[in-house]
Design a protein around this ligand. Structure first.
Ligand code: GLN
Length: 555
């Protein structure tokens, strides 16, 4: 039967088959990118089936970065990819966890909101999911919602969401599409691509009453015609609706690759939206090609507390920082060569810090707690004294302030009260509104979170980089520069080039250019606002300084 579009809001559900970690988030972001390129307005939604009410309470080294929205909601790292691919901000309605959904159903039940009914997962929790998806669509004002259901088909936890999608399809079959991102292994012993796991995954999805319209076939290699046909016949999906999605060098190639198999045509036709403008991906393509360019490197050392994790996990924990460095590096025609440097090594052997001399730039990212703290401060001292470009993000800014207080302003044993509550010079201290929250163990979603305005001081590196007087940046912290030390630190030469409009909170600290080529820290997280086609001005200024240092080293 030919599908007939019903003219309502369109919903595309993306589900995973066979196994996780094969790029469902990037596939969702890429679908959003392609539909946007065809002239549709899109909101991307992530559903995380876990019971945490948000992602803020999870350890990023184990679960990946906590991505903060303008609204202050702490979300999954996929939301960062969505914003970067779409080039637009995501709203708080574009994210849900099972914890969030159940919490609102339970709160409503406690208020007699169900009028004396027995409240059950089906239909009440499912209906709450549907309401949230509809609200996200209407709040964003988009034409199409692309919704990623976390996990893999067959998981106990995400069955609720698949069922919500089924019901939405039942109510508006012509306006709802299902895309399954599945994996086709090529076992080393056989050397042949196997379709059976995907056939089984589709059967599993069928058992929920859902038939996929499109299969995105992830594999090491491209899918050949023979396998497309085999999958088509066994999964009841037209061969043209099966997209070959081999491994690629860079995630930014994925939308371009999907378009080779005409994915946007397929989706638009299925949704009755044919006749839209052709996809113009030329600017994106030009950007994506930078990721392949071999020449030009800039060596950046990221100093942090790294446990015995591989690069694989770290790259998830710091994904927005890494991507922000890439965008600014590409804009300068170079590639960032990133090295993870364990701050603890500089504590065990203080002379080890001299290895930083080999770097073009040093970055201390956000962080919490005591581990490696002295090593990080030693790295800051080295960067300052050796005039190596330094960029501090949140904790990296606080520790830059501590270091300056101790070694330049003469405030012996200055510290952040996060580490030493009895320091004689608490140059970084807890935000007053945080004290009570911590005392009652109110840790969830309780930091200073989300977008706040920041006024920039004329004639500073920050003001010059941004090219405007006021900016808005996203925060996630409990501590800040102690107002009582601002005067002493300023007198000693530290410049607070960004402040909150009420002048109470110091948002950017830097050293004057005549003292140091680039020594700057931000209380906020600029990485959350870096986009492929509009790199972040402060990251770009840091990379520029690193490129200049590299040039000087060569000369
Ligand atoms: N631990 C510091 C604070 O809570 C820094 C937080 C961060 O780097 N995100 O203020």
């Amino acid at each position: 039967m030919k599908r007939r579009a019903q003219g309502g809001h369109k919903y595309i559900f993306v589900v995973g088959g066979v196994m996780s970690g094969v790029g469902k988030g990037i596939a969702t972001a890429s679908i959003g990118k392609l539909l946007t390129a065809r002239g549709l307005s899109v909101n991307l939604v992530k559903i995380d089936p876990y019971l945490n009410v948000d992602a803020g309470t999870m350890n990023p080294i184990e679960h990946g970065e906590v991505f903060v929205l303008d609204s202050g909601l702490e979300t999954d790292q996929d939301m960062g990819n969505y914003e970067r691919f779409l080039g637009r901000d995501e709203g708080p309605d574009d994210y849900m966890t099972s914890g969030m959904v159940y919490a609102s159903v339970i709160a409503r039940e406690r208020n007699l909101g169900y009028g004396g009914k027995c409240v059950e997962t089906i239909p009440h929790v499912r209906d709450e999911v549907i309401d949230r998806l509809k609200r996200a669509a209407s709040v964003s004002g988009s034409d199409v919602s692309v919704i990623e259901i976390g996990g893999t088909v067959g998981d106990f936890q995400n069955a609720l969401y698949v069922d919500a999608a089924r019901v939405m399809h039942l109510l508006a079959p012509g306006d709802t599409l299902f895309v399954m991102v599945s994996y086709l292994p090529v076992p080393g012993t056989l050397g042949e691509m196997k379709t059976k796991p995907t056939q089984n995954a589709v059967r599993m999805l069928n058992s929920y009453g859902v038939q996929p319209d499109v299969i995105i076939a992830r594999s090491k290699r491209p899918l050949d015609r023979k396998r497309k046909e085999k999958l088509a016949i066994s999964c009841n999906v037209h061969p043209d609706m099966i997209i070959s999605a081999p491994d690629v060098e860079s995630i930014y190639d994925v939308p371009l690759n999907f378009e080779r198999d005409k994915l946007s045509d397929i989706l638009l036709e299925a949704l009755g939206e044919e006749g839209k403008q052709p996809a113009d991906l030329s600017v994106w393509k030009e950007f994506a090609e930078h990721a392949h360019d071999g020449d030009g490197r800039v060596k950046v050392g990221i100093v942090g507390k790294y446990f015995d994790t591989g690069d694989f996990v770290l790259s998830d924990a710091y994904i927005s920082v890494i991507e922000a460095l890439k965008f600014s590096a590409y804009a300068h025609g170079v590639h960032p060569e990133l090295h993870w440097l364990n701050a603890k090594d500089y504590e065990a052997d203080p002379s080890a810090v001299s290895e930083l001399k080999e770097y073009d730039g040093i970055l201390v990212p956000g962080g919490f707690g005591e581990t490696g703290i002295d090593g990080k401060i030693a790295a800051v001292t080295f960067a300052r004294e050796e005039k190596i470009p330094y960029f501090g993000l949140c904790y990296g800014m606080q520790l830059m302030t501590v270091e300056y207080a101790r070694n330049v302003a003469g405030l012996t044993d200055a510290h952040t009260t996060e580490i030493n509550p009895n320091t004689p010079h608490p140059v970084i201290m807890i935000l007053p509104e945080q004290v009570e929250k911590l005392a009652r163990k109110d840790f969830g979603g309780s930091m200073r979170l989300g977008a706040y305005p920041c006024e920039l001081k004329k004639g500073t590196i920050a003001r010059e980089a941004y090219g405007k007087d006021e900016v808005s940046e996203r925060h996630r912290h409990r501590y800040e520069v102690n107002p009582e030390y601002i005067e002493r630190l300023t007198k000693a030469g530290l410049v607070f080039s960004g402040v909150s409009p009420d002048r109470r909170l110091m948002e950017i600290a830097e050293l004057p250019k005549k003292e140091h080529p680039f020594m700057l820290g931000t209380q906020f997280h600029p990485e959350f606002r870096a986009r492929p086609l509009s790199p972040h001005p402060l990251f770009s200024a840091f990379i520029k300084a690193a490129v200049e240092r590299k040039g000087k080293k060569k000369a």
